[in-house]
Write a protein that binds this ligand. Structure first.
Ligand SMILES: Nc1ncnc2c1ncn2[C@@H]1O[C@H](COP(=O)(O)OP(=O)(O)O)[C@@H](O)[C@H]1O
Ligand SMILES: [Mg+2]
Length: 435
């Protein structure tokens, strides 16, 4: 019997590296993926430097983590790094360092040191021009006159760590006029957006999670402030009892934790400035919903993941959904770690607790005095029996509304309210549903 014949179809390095540049990163999310690696390497400090220098502009991401041996560094620059992953490891595909970097630049250098007693640094460069020219997956050593690599080596004089250096920022700078004022402003604005993004996705690491030293992140020398969506410093934030769900999906099983919060309305926040800050980049309305954390790193937020729609009345409701990397398959995490999908089974389990949260948030929102006159209790001066009847009617209104939510009939409920508003506004008023 003849043996089977195999044909080599290894991918074209020149073509594939090009297409791998477009897998959905933008500048802040690409930087965040590099910072993931620093966190896994045990870093306590990550410094990001976005330096404008016309066409030679560059980005340095420096950490004080464990660093890599020369052999590990070479492996790290392989698309699909060969290694195993433990539980809680933020890495997954062995791609982030390369794909995140090349989504923004043409030349990626990594300079690293993993030995504490002796100062021995090692540097390698992955350059798209070299790969395209040779049509081979190759990395090189920097030339001795490379001042930027020398500068990075200097930073590693104090201890172990890694510097990731992006040059040839063709995706960041305008092709025609990288020297202009516009290019400078663009880099400045990207640095600011990056600081904001890192403060959100790594807020738990910056605040300090159990078992890890606090993480300090700086962007162009400025310390990044953690943005915790649940306003833990506000005294009147309401935390509902936490819940835990066991799920089994896509052949894996594990636990998912849910923590629900009703944030204070504007008038109950400690200050208008804090209310604005907690609004978040998408603003109150679109920042409501589920905040999905994978191994403590926030990967997705905004909206209710198909459980219900975004609604002005429930804008004070936010909830954390936590899963660990053992459930990666069930959550279908994508390479750029910017999107997950909730397993259908979990979505079902979350429906009732999410609707319960939204009822409370809706209540908190309605109690907000929106004008000075509304601040006067509407039942002021009523006879006690009239007040009791009014309260009973409002309770009935609330019960009807919650029942509609729990029955999954919210859109129908909203249609009913619209009809009532047109045909019997006084009934809505009696039930406390007029807005
Ligand atoms: N800052 C760093 N410090 C130490 N090791 C790193 C660092 N960045 C990358 N590495 C190593 O390079 C490997 C490849 O990284 P990456 O391409 O991001 O894939 P992944 O994080 O999914 O493993 C990592 O698994 C890690 O071993
Ligand atoms: Mg990674």
């Amino acid at each position: 019997m003849r043996g089977r014949v195999w044909y080599d179809v290894s991918p074209s390095a020149a073509r594939l590296t090009g297409s791998l540049r477009d897998i959905g990163y933008d500048f802040p999310t690409a930087v965040a993926d590099i910072v993931d690696n620093s966190i896994v390497a045990g870093a306590t400090r990550v410094e990001i430097l976005v330096e404008y220098d016309g066409a030679d502009s560059r980005v340095y991401i420096t950490d004080d983590g464990a660093g890599m041996s020369p052999a590990a560094l070479t492996e790290a620059l392989r698309f699909g790094t060969r290694r195993t992953y433990g539980r809680g490891d933020l890495g997954r595909y062995g791609l982030g360092l390369k794909t995140a970097s090349l989504s923004q630049c043409r030349s990626l250098s990594v300079i690293t040191r993993n030995t504490r007693p002796v100062v021995r640094t090692c540097a390698r460069i992955l350059d798209l021009d070299d790969i395209e020219q040779r049509d081979q997956w190759v990395i090189g050593e920097p030339v001795p006159s490379d001042t930027e690599v020398a500068r990075a080596r200097g930073w590693l004089a104090e201890g172990t760590g890694t510097v990731v250096l992006w040059r040839g920022l063709d995706r960041v700078l305008p092709e025609k006029r990288p020297e202009g004022g516009w290019a400078r402003r663009r880099l400045e604005s990207l640095a600011a957006k990056t600081a904001e993004h890192l403060g959100i996705v790594f807020h738990r690491f910056i605040e300090g999670v159990s078992g890890r030293p606090q993480l300090v992140v700086t962007v162009n020398g400025q310390k990044v402030r953690a943005w915790n969506p649940f306003a833990p410093d506000e005294k009147v934030t309401v935390a509902l009892p936490p819940q835990r769900f066991e799920i089994e999906a896509a052949g894996v099983c594990g636990q998912v934790d849910l923590q629900r919060f009703v944030l204070p309305s504007r008038d109950r926040f400690s200050s208008p400035a804090e209310f604005e800050r907690l609004s978040g980049p998408l603003n109150w309305n679109r920042q409501q919903g589920l905040y999905v954390y994978r191994a403590n790193r926030l990967v997705q937020w905004g909206g209710w993941n198909g459980i219900r729609g975004i609604d002005e009345h429930t804008k004070l409701a936010r909830a954390a959904v936590d899963f660990d990397t053992d459930l990666d398959l069930a959550f279908n995490i994508n390479v750029a770690k910017m999107r997950v999908s909730l397993p259908a089974q979990l979505r079902q389990m979350l429906e009732a607790p999410v609707n319960e949260l939204c009822i409370l948030a809706d209540d908190a929102y309605r109690k907000t005095p929106r004008t000075e006159t509304r601040a006067v209790p509407p039942d002021l001066g009523m006879a006690p029996e009239v007040r009791a009847a009014t309260q009973a009617a409002t309770t009935a209104g609330l019960a009807l509304r919650s029942a509609a939510m729990q029955a999954g009939e919210w859109p129908a409920w909203q249609r009913i309210v619209t009809v009532l508003r047109e045909q019997a506004p006084e009934t809505l008023d009696t039930l406390g549903l007029a807005d």
